[in-house]
Design a protein around this ligand. Structure first.
Ligand code: MG
Length: 198
């Protein structure tokens, strides 16, 4: 979660990761979404759910990615349909993701623009932020599609920050993944590592 010391910091732009940063993404949620992805693959290729697991692994290899949506779009599926039937098929409350007054106050207290930068589809982050009661605090959610599938920690996933940095704006990046933190730091951002229970 977000370290409290964020309140003592100043920034023109705050860049928040979603999963593991704004909420503690539960493993059960990942398992359910993964299951729905296997079901989608089973239905698309007319194979069993068991064979779908292997097919998914094959697709990762074939398209050199660990993201199912990135692999499947190369196979010509409808991205919107996939996102709807997998990421957006879950109900956050089933995973105890509910409005947090503490988080709302903490993020709401920060001056400057606030955005979310996530490796998942922005629609999924939107669903989670809505459930947390904080979606309205962010001016933008930049997900995998908005970056044309360039994923963190690739440096190009952060290139939109150059415009801010070269104009001497203070950019703070908050992420629970150290590789992402390192890249953001190398670009000149101030970084904060989000960890559970800090
Ligand atoms: Mg994360």
């Amino acid at each position: 979660m977000i370290p409290k010391k964020i309140q003592e910091m100043n920034a023109d732009l705050w860049v928040f990761d979603n999963d593991g940063t704004l909420y503690d993404n539960p493993m059960e949620l990942e398992i359910v979404v993964g299951k729905r992805m296997n079901e989608y693959i089973a239905s698309h290729y007319c194979i069993s759910k068991e064979d779908a697991k292997e097919k998914r692994r094959e697709l990762f290899k074939k398209h050199n990615t660990k993201y199912t949506l990135i692999a499947l779009r190369q196979e010509g599926i409808s991205e919107d349909d996939f996102i709807k039937k997998t990421y957006l098929s879950i109900n956050p409350i089933d995973f105890n993701i509910r409005p947090s007054m503490e988080l709302k106050e903490l993020i709401g207290s920060l001056a400057g623009e606030k955005i979310v930068l996530t490796n998942n589809p922005s629609e999924f982050a939107g669903l989670i932020l809505e459930a947390l009661g904080i979606k309205h605090l962010f001016s933008q959610i930049i997900g995998m599609r908005e970056r044309n599938y360039v994923q963190k920690p690739e440096i190009d996933a952060f290139k939109f920050l150059n415009h801010w940095l070269k104009n001497d704006k203070i950019v703070v990046v908050i992420d629970d993944c150290l590789d992402n933190i390192k890249i953001a730091e190398s670009l000149g951002c101030i970084t904060l590592c989000a960890k559970v229970d800090t």
